[in-house]
Design a protein around this ligand. Structure first.
Ligand code: PLP
Length: 443
């Protein structure tokens, strides 16, 4: 006799007599508080039920009349799972491919120790779109910068000649590379580190967008520095764009001091910023690049490191691996995520719609110059920042936007990030813009 009874599907899914479709937002919250780890603080009083179209979530909210368990409302997805769903929710190209793969092709899972026919397809598509020599598949986004760090160290010892165990990896302040021990060791956010030490040795931090500081560090410790790992645009830090000459100078300095130039494009990649990958906006070519999120189109977790042949060739059988990295289903999802990005001209649409959204931010800023400090972004990775004054609170704005049918989330106390699907229409952008204007007016 088992302790768990599971039946039904969708709203009829019933676990030990509790039918999911009967739960209101408060009950979902209570179960999550009681049975889940509290490593997130989801927006209050809203539960996503399903997706209506590429940009619209159907969500459940408390019934104001208190009669039903909940009411359902449309919500424009202004966040796209932190840029994991660039191709739009349930993108038909990707979904059709995944369903056909499962139903007709019937090869979801084999390990890397035996070849499968979709790996070649994945490698050809991923090297072509990234303009890199080689690719190594992984699963979660965080695994890609993690692998860049390992590759950097190995290259540092075997090629650059750094003495054993003395390699240094340089990172930028306010970075976000995920939650692994490398990522939190590299983090400058106390909340990400508190009581998770001891941290990895051999990490140095420089301010973002300060090439002089990087040069000074390279001058001082260049012999031991294996790589500089940097986000081309810092997403989690609040959509912080570097000055136009920063990445070209970084690339130049890395060349001069024989340091690998590694970009973390987990959030900025796959057309999000109006170019296939954000570093391309700055006409630089990194040695290694980490990708994730939209690499699987929001359908499958897919990540990878793409890079120079001689660096990736430092990996040997047994030195690295991942059970699900590049398994057949993920390979297919990745290939068709790339196809959707190319066929649907997502980079071009991101640029056009991003410019339109930035124009809204600018118009709102000029209407409320005492409230809005700045709007910024590249393509559809955008944010607006409020002044740090009483009443101007990012979380409050997120909740008010929710009331107006927009899902967005603050990144910092005063900054709200907007990163909708790259398939969004001009009407969708105008809806976001006018909703923000209304919320800011009422603050
Ligand atoms: C730049 C960057 N790197 C790495 C990650 C980690 O990705 P994941 O949460 O999928 O592990 C993120 C996630 O937001 C990110 O923005």
């Amino acid at each position: 006799m088992s302790d768990v009874r599971i039946s039904g599907y969708g709203d009829d899914l019933t676990i030990n007599g509790v039918r999911i479709g009967d739960l209101g937002p408060a009950e979902h919250e209570a179960i999550e508080l009681e049975k889940g780890g509290q490593n997130y603080a989801p927006l209050e009083d809203v539960v996503v039920s399903h997706v209506q179209d590429s940009s619209t979530l159907i969500c459940r909210k408390p019934d104001p009349d208190g009669v039903r368990a909940y009411i359902e409302e449309e919500l424009l997805d202004g966040l796209c799972c932190y840029s994991a769903v660039n191709q739009g929710q349930l993108n038909k190209t990707i979904v059709d491919a995944v369903i056909a793969h499962l139903q007709d092709e019937k090869i979801p899972t084999v390990p890397r120790s035996i070849r499968h026919k979709y790996m070649a397809a994945f490698l050809m598509a991923a090297t072509a779109i990234t303009k890199m020599d080689k690719v190594v598949p992984k699963v979660a986004g965080v695994e890609a910068p993690e692998l860049m760090a390992k590759l950097s160290r190995r290259w540092g010892y075997r090629v650059k000649g750094i003495p054993a165990n003395e390699a240094v990896i340089v990172v930028a302040a306010e970075n976000f590379h995920g939650r692994s021990l490398f990522a939190v060791s590299a983090s400058t956010d106390p909340a990400a580190k508190d009581d998770f030490g001891p941290f990895l040795a051999g990490i140095e931090v420089v301010p973002f967008n300060d090439a002089d500081a990087l040069e000074a560090l390279f001058k001082e410790k260049g012999d031991k520095i294996a790589s500089y790992i940097v986000e081309p645009i810092q997403g989690e830090a609040g959509v912080i764009l570097p000055s136009s000459d920063y990445l070209p100078r970084v690339a130049e300095l890395c060349k001069q001091y024989n340091v690998l130039f590694c970009v973390d494009e987990v959030q900025t990649g796959f057309a999000r910023t109006g170019a296939p990958f954000a570093h391309m906006l700055y006409n630089v070519h990194p040695d290694l690049m980490a990708c994730g999120k939209a690499a699987g189109g929001g359908i499958m977790p897919v990540s990878f490191v793409a890079g120079r042949r001689d660096v990736i060739d430092l990996l040997t059988p047994g030195s690295e691996g991942s059970t699900f990295g590049g398994f057949p289903l993920a390979s297919v999802a990745a290939v068709f995520s790339i196809k959707a990005m190319v066929d649907d001209n997502l980079a071009e649409n991101a640029k056009a719609m991003g410019d339109r959204l930035l124009a809204h931010f600018e118009s709102i800023r000029s209407e409320f110059p005492d409230k809005i400090k700045a709007g910024r972004g590249a393509g559809l990775l955008t944010a607006f920042e409020m002044f740090d004054k009483p009443g101007l609170d990012g979380h409050k704005v997120s909740l008010k936007l929710l009331e107006n049918g927009i899902y967005a989330k603050e990144t910092h106390k005063t900054t709200v990030r907007l990163a909708p699907a790259l398939t969004i229409t001009a009407e969708g952008i105008d809806h976001i813009g006018e909703s923000i204007r209304k919320v800011i007016r009422d603050l």
